[in-house]
Design a protein. Structure first.
Length: 289
């Protein structure tokens, strides 16, 4: 069974890395990089590739062994990486929704509003926001006294399993975790869903062809948002406690979602498919030369 888990996780990791790196390389080596939407998508792919590297490699190696251990500093690094890249993802998805809102609801002002300076600023805010979110989490967890047994009911280091090991009362800190992670995710999710309702409502005045194109783009974003936010809200938007289902949910948002994002944004996007085709065609020509 362990070998089966090892093979499945390895395949997921390879597909995730190949998909995200291919998306990143395709956008950065083509004219698509000049478009704000693809500039944000390139950053999302880079973040997802980094996010996949936080837990998955260790999880793949650990699946071969009966006893799985992690040093304290390694555990803290893992938590920081999870919340740094996860927090950045949350803000990037919100930025991408705003980009689509301006493009569809205010098309005449799109190039003026979503200029290169604003796009760069929004991406910078996403990275700084993710860093601050992760730093706040670590500062609170790092100061907790742990008195054993140092065994967590999880396959990775995370806030809720560690709170269960703390010697002192963690009810207040658990509420803070719910506010800093769960409530922020829920608030962003509701804002995103609200913005897409406004976007879809505004499509009524568009032609059939324009509606289909805009709807295809929006459905890609909505799918990615649901896959990312719903598991996060389930885990963090409740009092600190570790449930048996948390492991399966964690696999979904740490491994499956980063793997699915390139497929979601590429398979439904003709411009991305054409850019990937041109990338491989150019490589084939260079190989022949």
């Amino acid at each position: 069974m362990q070998k089966v888990i090892f093979a499945v996780f390895l395949v997921i990791y390879v597909v995730s890395m190949v998909g995200n790196v291919l998306t990143l390389v395709t956008i950065t080596t083509s004219s698509l990089l000049g478009s704000p939407m693809y500039f944000f998508l390139a950053n999302l792919s880079f973040t997802d590739a980094c996010y996949s590297c936080v837990n998955t490699p260790k999880l793949i190696i650990d699946s071969l062994y009966e006893k799985k251990t992690s040093p304290f500093n390694g555990c803290m690094t893992q938590i920081f990486g999870e919340h740094f890249f996860g927090g950045t993802d949350v803000i990037l998805l919100t930025v991408m929704a705003y980009d689509r809102y301006v493009a569809i609801c205010k098309p005449l002002h799109y190039t003026t509003v979503m200029n290169r300076q604003l796009s760069g600023l929004l991406v910078g805010v996403a990275w700084v926001g993710g860093f601050l979110h992760a730093t706040i989490q670590i500062l609170f967890i790092f100061r907790l006294p742990f008195c054993g047994p140092n065994v967590i009911d999880h396959f990775m280091c995370d806030l809720n399993p560690l709170l269960d090991l703390a010697c002192n009362d963690t009810n207040t800190l658990g509420l803070f975790v719910a506010a800093n992670s769960g409530f922020i995710c829920l608030l962003n999710f509701l804002l995103l869903m609200g913005s897409y309702v406004v976007i879809l409502h505004s499509l009524r005045t568009y032609s059939l062809e324009a509606r289909q194109k805009a709807l295809s783009t929006c459905m890609s974003h909505i799918t990615a948002v649901i896959f990312f936010f719903v598991p996060y809200i389930f885990v963090y938007m409740r009092p600190a406690a570790t449930l048996p289902i948390d492991k399966a949910v964690a696999v979904f948002y740490t491994m499956i979602t980063p793997m699915l994002n390139p497929l979601i944004y590429t398979l439904r996007n003709d411009q991305m498919k054409n850019a990937i085709w041109k990338l491989f065609s150019r490589k084939a020509i260079l190989d022949v030369i």
